[in-house]
Design a protein around this ligand. Structure first.
Ligand code: COA
Ligand code: AMP
Length: 629
C-alpha cells in the first residue's frame, strides 16, 4: 500500500477509515457513532462505544494467549535494578492496584494524580486508574510544588499516588516533601495519598491521609474492568501554554485507543511480540502514548528506563538497552542524541553492542537538527525518522510511516501528514500559503481520533487557545512550510512556548516567577539557542530604581526562585540586567526581536522603537557579556 493511497482514504472517508481501525480493538460494545461533529467543526470519535482501555491493553492479550509474554521490562541503571512483568503478571498487579484504589473510594470519573519517578509502579498506577474508569493526571517528577499545586487545584483528585523518591544522576530527589508542600499550597485537598516506599529513602507519612503502597496492595483484592464510553476521559495531561496557567489536555478513551493502536504498525512498524522503547518519562505525552498505552495496546513489550542517555553510566546506555532486550524501535528526543554525540562523537560505544534487532530510530519532542540526524544515521547505520507531534494530539501529526511506505528522508523535515491530519500552512487571514512559504501550521477540523476536543474544566480557554485565531482550524502554535513534494518542515513555535531538552515550558510562566523578585521592575524571558538542550530560557531584567543588587547575585536568586516554583527542568541559565526593554506604543515587549538579537539572527525593529536608541543600547550590553559578537 502506498502512503498516498492510505492518506487519501483517510481524507475521503474518515468514518470508514477509522471504523476499520477500530475493529482491531477488543470493545465491549462496538461504537455505532464513529464521528460526530459540532457546529464549530470539532470531531467526537466513537462516543457510544463501550470499552476499557486497560482491558484492551492487558486482559485482552492474556485472554488471547499472550499471558506469558513480557509486557514490561524495567531497567534502572541508577539503582542497579532490573525486573520484568509478563502480561499475566501486569494484569494481576494492575487489577489489585485498582482494588486498592477502589478501597480508597475511587470510582469511575474520579481524578487520581500520579507524581512518580520512572518505576513500574507509575505504569501500574496509570493502568489501575484506567481499569476503574477513573481519570489519571500524571505530573512529571521534575515539577516543583507550586506547579503540582496548580494541577491539584485544577484536577481536584480524590487520591494522589507518589513514591518516596526519584533518582537523578547526582542526587536523590525526595518526592514526599514536595508533595506535602504542594498539598499545603493547594486549595483542594485529596482524601488520601498512597506512597510507594523505595529502598533508597523512606518518606514520612501523615497519619490519616497517607497510606503505604505495599501494605495497602497486600490487603487489596483484584477488581474487574469498569466499562466506559468512548468519549469518557482516560486522562488529563497538563501542558504549558502562553499564560502562567497550564492547560489540562483531556484524552478520551475511544479515539486514543484506536489512534495509538493504528500508529504502532503504521508509523513504527511494530507488531505484537516486538520490543518497543520510548526513552521518555511517563510525565510527558510521549511516555503516556509510547511507554504505556501504544505498545501495550499492540501487545508489544515496553521498556521502562530509569536513567539518562549519558552518565548512567556512559553514552552507551541506549545501545546497551537496545541490545540487551532486542529493541526493534527506539524513540527518543534530539537532546538525548546530542548528549550521546557529545560524549561519544566517534560512536565507539555503539560498536560494542549488537544492534541487529534494532530496525529504526524515531525522534520527536523538538526539531531534529540536521547534523544530529546525519551523525546518528551514519553511526548507527539505522534509518532515523523525525516525527512531529504535541501533547494536544497525543500522536504524530507528520511522520514517515514505516509500516505503510518508507518515503525518502529529507533532512529538516518530519515528512508528510499522518492519515487523518489535514495539515495546512496559513497566514494570519487564513489564506493558504504556496509551497515553500512559511506560515502558521494549522490542522483543518475535524481532527482525527485521540486529539483533544476540550481542556479540563475550561471550554472557553480551549476555544480561545486553539480554534479562534483561524476559524475552522486547530492552530498548532508551530510555524513552518510545506515544500513542493508535500514534505512538512516545522520551524518552531510562533508563540511564547519554549522547548528545553524536549520539555515544553512557557516563557510567560517564567516571567511571572521572575517578577516576584523584590528588585525586579519588569522582565522578558526569551529562548536562547543551546547546543545540547535546543533552547534554554534567558531573563532580560529591568531593576527597580532603588535596587542595588548585582547581576551575579540576582541571577543566583532567580535560579533558585525558578527551581522552587517551576522546577529544575527549566534549566534557567542566564540573567542580563538592562536599563529598559524595547516596547511598542501599546506597551508590548518586542520578545521576538530580542530573541533574534540574542541568537545572532536577522531582526526587524519598528521605526517608532528605532528612534529611541534602545536596541543599540541592548546590543552593547549583550556584546560586553560576549552573548553576541
Ligand atoms: N525528577 C526530578 N528532577 C528531575 C527530573 C525528575 N524526573 N528530571 C530532570 N530533573 C532535574 C535534573 O536532576 C536536573 O537537575 P539539576 O539542575 O539539579 O542537575 C534538571 O532537572 C535538568 O534535568 P535534565 O534536563 O534531564 O538535564 P541533565 O543535565 O540532568 O541531563 C540530558 C541532560 C541531555 C541527559 C537530559 O536533558 C536528557 O536526557 N534529555 C532528553 C530528555 C527527553 O527525553 N525529552 C523528551 C521528553 S518527550
Ligand atoms: P509537547 O506538547 O511537550 O510534546 O511539545 C510539542 C511541541 O514540541 C511542538 O508544538 C513543537 O514545537 C515541538 N516538537 C515536537 N516534535 C517536534 C519535531 N519533530 N520537530 C519540530 N518540533 C517538534
Amino acid at each position: 500500500m502506498s502512503y498516498q493511497t492510505e492518506y487519501d482514504r483517510s481524507m475521503q472517508d474518515p468514518e470508514g477509515f477509522w471504523r476499520k481501525q477500530a475493529e482491531a480493538l477488543a470493545w465491549f460494545k462496538f461504537p455505532q457513532q464513529i464521528l460526530t461533529s459540532d457546529a464549530a467543526g470539532l470531531g467526537y470519535w466513537f462516543s457510544d462505544g463501550e470499552m476499557n482501555t486497560a482491558y484492551m491493553a492487558l486482559d485482552h492479550h492474556v485472554n488471547n494467549g499472550r499471558g506469558d509474554q513480557l509486557a514490561l521490562i524495567f531497567d534502572s541503571p541508577v539503582t542497579q535494578t532490573k525486573s520484568t512483568h509478563t502480561y499475566s503478571e501486569l494484569t494481576d498487579v494492575v487489577a489489585r492496584t485498582a482494588g486498592m484504589l477502589a478501597g480508597l473510594g475511587v470510582v469511575k470519573g474520579d481524578r487520581v494524580i500520579i507524581y512518580m519517578p520512572m518505576i513500574p509502579e507509575a505504569v501500574i498506577a496509570m493502568l489501575a486508574v484506567a481499569r476503574l474508569g477513573a481519570i489519571h493526571s500524571v505530573v512529571f517528577g521534575g515539577f516543583a510544588p507550586p506547579e503540582l499545586a496548580l494541577r491539584i487545584d485544577d484536577a481536584t483528585p480524590k487520591v494522589i499516588l507518589s513514591a518516596s523518591c526519584g533518582i537523578e544522576i547526582k542526587r536523590t530527589v525526595e518526592y514526599k516533601p514536595l508533595l506535602d508542600r504542594a498539598i499545603d499550597l493547594a486549595t483542594h485537598k485529596p482524601q488520601s495519598c498512597v506512597i510507594y516506599q523505595r529502598t533508597q529513602c523512606t518518606a514520612t507519612m501523615i497519619a490519616g491521609r497517607d497510606h503505604d503502597w505495599t501494605s495497602q496492595l497486600a490487603k487489596a483484592s483484584p477488581v474487574g474492568c469498569t466499562p466506559v464510553k468512548g468519549c469518557d476521559p482516560l486522562y488529563i495531561l497538563y501542558t504549558s501554554g502562553t499564560t502562567g496557567k497550564p492547560k489540562g489536555v483531556v484524552r478520551e478513551n475511544g479515539g486514543h485507543a484506536v489512534a495509538l493502536k493504528y500508529s504502532m504498525k503504521a508509523i513504527y512498524n511494530v507488531e505484537a511480540g516486538d520490543v518497543f522503547w520510548a526513552s521518555s518519562d511517563v510525565g510527558w505525552v510521549v511516555g503516556h502514548s509510547y511507554i504505556v498505552y501504544g505498545p501495550l495496546l499492540q501487545g508489544c513489550t515496553t521498556v521502562v528506563y530509569e536513567g539518562k542517555p549519558i552518565m548512567t553510566p556512559d553514552a552507551g546506555a541506549f545501545w546497551r538497552v537496545c541490545s540487551e532486550y532486542g529493541v526493534k524501535a527506539l524513540f527518543s528526543a534530539p537532546t538525548a542524541f546530542r548528549a550521546v554525540k557529545k560524549e561519544d562523537p566517534q560512536a565507539l560505544l555503539i560498536k560494542q553492542y549488537d544492534l541487529s534487532k534494532l530496525d529504526t530510530i524515531f525522534s520527536a519532542g523538538e526539531r531534529l537538527d540536521t547534523p544530529t540526524e546525519a551523525w546518528l544515521s551514519e553511526m548507527s547505520g539505522k534509518p532515523v525518522i523525525d516525527h512531529w507531534w504535541q501533547t494536544e494530539t497525543g500522536w504524530a501529526i507528520t511522520a514517515n510511516l514505516q509500516g505503510i511506505e518508507s518515503l525518502p528522508v529529507k533532512p529538516g523535515s518530519s515528512t508528510k501528514p499522518v492519515p487523518g491530519f489535514n495539515v495546512q500552512i496559513l497566514d494570519e487571514h487564513g489564506e493558504q500559503q504556496p509551497a515553500g512559504r512559511q506560515g502558521y501550521i494549522a490542522l483543518k477540523l475535524p481532527l482525527p481520533p485521540a486529539c483533544l476536543n476540550r481542556v479540563w474544566g475550561d471550554d472557553d480557554k480551549f476555544r480561545e487557545s486553539y480554534l479562534t485565531f483561524l476559524p475552522g482550524y486547530y492552530t498548532s502554535g508551530d510555524g513552518g512550510y510545506v515544500d513542493q513534494d508535500g514534505y512538512v518542515f516545522v520551524m518552531g513555535r510562533v508563540d511564547d512556548v519554549i522547548n528545553v531538552a524536549g520539555h515544553r515550558l512557557s516563557t510567560g510562566e517564567i516571567e511571572e516567577v521572575i517578577a516576584t523578585h523584590p528588585d525586579v521592575a519588569e522582565c522578558a524571558v526569551i529562548a536562547r539557542d543551546d547546543e545540547l538542550k535546543g533552547q534554554t530560557p534567558m531573563g532580560l531584567v529591568v531593576l527597580k530604581s532603588a535596587a542595588t543588587i548585582d547581576e551575579a547575585n540576582l541571577h543566583r536568586q532567580l535560579v533558585s526562585l525558578i527551581r522552587d516554583n517551576i522546577g529544575p527542568i527549566t534549566c534557567y541559565k542566564d540573567t542580563v540586567v538592562l536599563a529598559r526593554l524595547p516596547k511598542t506604543r501599546s506597551g508590548k515587549t518586542l520578545r521576538k526581536t530580542l530573541c533574534n538579537i540574542v541568537n545572532g539572527r536577522e531582526y526587524t525593529v519598528p521605526s517608532t522603537i528605532d528612534d529611541t536608541g534602545v536596541i543599540p543600547e541592548i546590543i552593547a550590553v549583550l556584546r560586553s557579556k560576549k552573548i553576541v559578537a
